[in-house]
Design a protein around this ligand. Structure first.
Ligand code: 9PG
Length: 535
């Protein structure tokens, strides 16, 4: 179907088409590219192709791997263009497996198969996105949103170096700080795929959930239920449960924890039974807040042997099953999650890559042109471009810091993180109580207690409790490497990043660093256990 902008009267229209081309009056000034899953880059960019992020081994974790190598500026489900006078044209699908790209002065949309509905909207940027989210609401009928809890999450201070002993001392150290949820992240499980307590949790997960609940908080737990590493018992016992391609080869879900990742085939009945039982089990341990991660694995391209569902439909049915297993009363935060197929089934969704105690890594941002890697700037950039989702799901911008330990962020960076959490109304931190000075602890308490008045002033400007915060300088993207020297460096780094032995060495190094960190924290604990500052 071919539509000229001049035909767009009124300025909002719904059309059904498998492919659609919108003829623009002239090439636009900027293109809004919407990344596939939580961590994928989402931003207004120049209307030109951008390099795919490197290393390519990470593609399943960072972009929609089905569209790696797409030469034109491209996005998942929705795309928009902006002209010099600020006029925005949005093309947004109301169904799954749909894509938008900019081809000169044509904005093109297509469904991977069959046809579906599209919203076409011309006008002011925020009005167009508001209209889009209003239409999505009808398609994905989300339940009423319950308030987002205030979360203490173990990841961003201890990473995998958690243990029952350390977590209990932290729980104690948090005292009466107003956290609703105490969430245990990666590091408790026997393996990725084997969701049982490891040796560092000798009393078992139910006992720990009991202790958390006894402190008056909801117990939260992280799992990545749809992936496994080859060394896990799950993978060794059930290699036939994993997604394969048309030649019978395992489909890659990326590489992490020093190993390749593989994805479960969610359409297989034994996999479904196993997943349902897993959700029942973690609820029976006492965890009522679940952070389910690496969910993109459920929608990777592959041959699904249980039913002929398309990839995002298989994802959605898989998520529905997890939801049924955990029950409507659990709070579900999805992470690493394809955005549209998750709507209506989760309470909150990570809408950007991971925050980290660094602003931006030159290696990742410039040489690897990867904006999905952990870092405060990457997290802020993508989150800022997904705030329009907020009527349908709580956007989780990831944690904020109050402690300055193990952290190179400036006061301004830290304040931006605080402000985005206020805008999203989703407040979380991983700060260790023993690392907080009395002033920092007081500031954290005030942050958690306050309710905020937020008004969007346009572009990247917000009025929050009477002050104006402008994120304009955050969102810019660096130029892709262009000198021959930078291109060569990028190629070498990209190659190295694709070598499992290199990644294993980095992982081993990281593990040693984390071990040392855990020992330091344990030592602090022993020294300070007697007297946490109580404010
Ligand atoms: C636990 C973490 C935390 C975090 C999640 C997720 O390789 N990667 O691209 C990659 C991206 C994100 C990531 C891990 C690896 O973090 O977002 O909050 O739960 O898993 O492992």
């Amino acid at each position: 179907m071919n539509i000229s902008l001049l035909d767009l009267h009124p300025t909002t229209r719904i059309v059904s088409a498998s492919r659609l081309t919108l003829n623009l009056p002239r090439p636009p000034q900027a293109f809004y590219r919407h990344g596939w899953q939580s961590w994928s880059l989402t931003a207004w960019t120049a209307p030109v192709p951008l390099p795919d992020p490197r290393p390519t081994l990470f593609h399943p974790m960072h972009i929609d791997p089905a569209y790696a190598g797409e030469p034109l500026p491209h996005g998942s489900w929705v795309g928009a263009v902006r002209f010099e006078d600020g006029t925005t044209v949005l093309l947004g699908a109301l169904g799954l497996e749909s894509h938008v790209r900019l081809n000169g002065d044509h904005l093109e949309g297509w469904y991977e198969s069959g046809e579906g509905e599209w919203l076409l909207c011309v006008g002011e940027e925020s009005a167009c996105f508001q209209e889009y989210v209003r239409r999505l609401e009808t398609s994905f009928s989300p339940p009423g949103l319950r308030p987002a809890p205030r979360v203490w999450c173990s990841w961003y201070s201890l990473y995998t170096a958690i243990s029952e002993r350390l977590l209990l001392s932290i729980l104690n150290g948090l005292g009466d700080l107003p956290f609703d949820v105490f969430q245990i992240d990666d590091g408790w499980q026997a393996s990725i795929g084997d969701w049982e307590a490891n040796r560092k949790f000798p009393s078992g997960m139910a006992a720990l959930a009991d202790r958390i609940r006894a402190s008056g908080r909801t117990a939260g737990l992280w799992l990545a239920p749809w992936i496994a590493v080859p060394s896990s018992r799950l993978f060794r016992e059930h290699p036939d449960w994993f997604l394969r391609d048309e030649r019978g080869r395992l489909v890659s879900a990326g590489f992490n924890w020093g190993e390749p990742l593989y994805a479960l085939d969610l359409t297989l009945p034994p996999v479904q039974d196993w997943l349902f039982a897993l959700m029942r089990r973690v609820r029976s341990w006492g965890f009522d807040y679940l952070k389910l991660d690496f969910l993109y694995a459920g929608a990777l391209p592959g041959i699904r042997r249980g039913s002929p569902l398309s990839r995002e439909m298989a994802y959605r049915e898989g998520l529905r099953l997890l939801r049924q297993g955990m029950g409507e009363d659990a709070f579900l935060l999805t992470c690493g999650a394809p955005i549209l197929p998750s709507l209506g089934l989760c309470d909150a969704m990570r809408v950007g890559p991971d925050v980290a105690g660094i602003w931006e890594s030159d290696r990742d941002a410039v040489l690897l042109y990867n904006h999905a890697m952990p870092g405060a700037r990457n997290a802020l950039r993508t989150t800022l471009h997904r705030l329009w989702l907020s009527p349908l799901v709580h956007p989780d911008p990831d944690v904020v810091y109050f402690s300055r330990r193990e952290n190179t962020l400036t006061a301004e960076h830290i304040s931006w993180l605080h402000e985005i959490a206020r805008i999203c109304r989703f407040k979380a931190t991983s700060d260790l109580p023993q690392w907080l000075s009395p002033d920092e602890r007081q500031a954290l308490r005030a942050f958690l207690e306050e309710t905020n008045q937020v008004r969007h002033l346009g572009n990247y400007r917000f009025q929050i409790d009477g002050r104006v915060t402008d994120f304009s300088s955050v969102v810019a993207l660096p130029d892709p490497p262009h000198t021959w020297k930078a291109r060569l460096q990028a190629a070498v780094l990209g190659w190295l990043g694709n070598q499992p032995w290199v990644l294993r060495r980095f992982y081993a190094q990281d593990q040693r660093r984390l071990q040392a960190l855990a020992e330091r924290v344990e030592a602090d604990r022993d020294r300070e256990d007697q007297g946490f500052s109580k404010i």
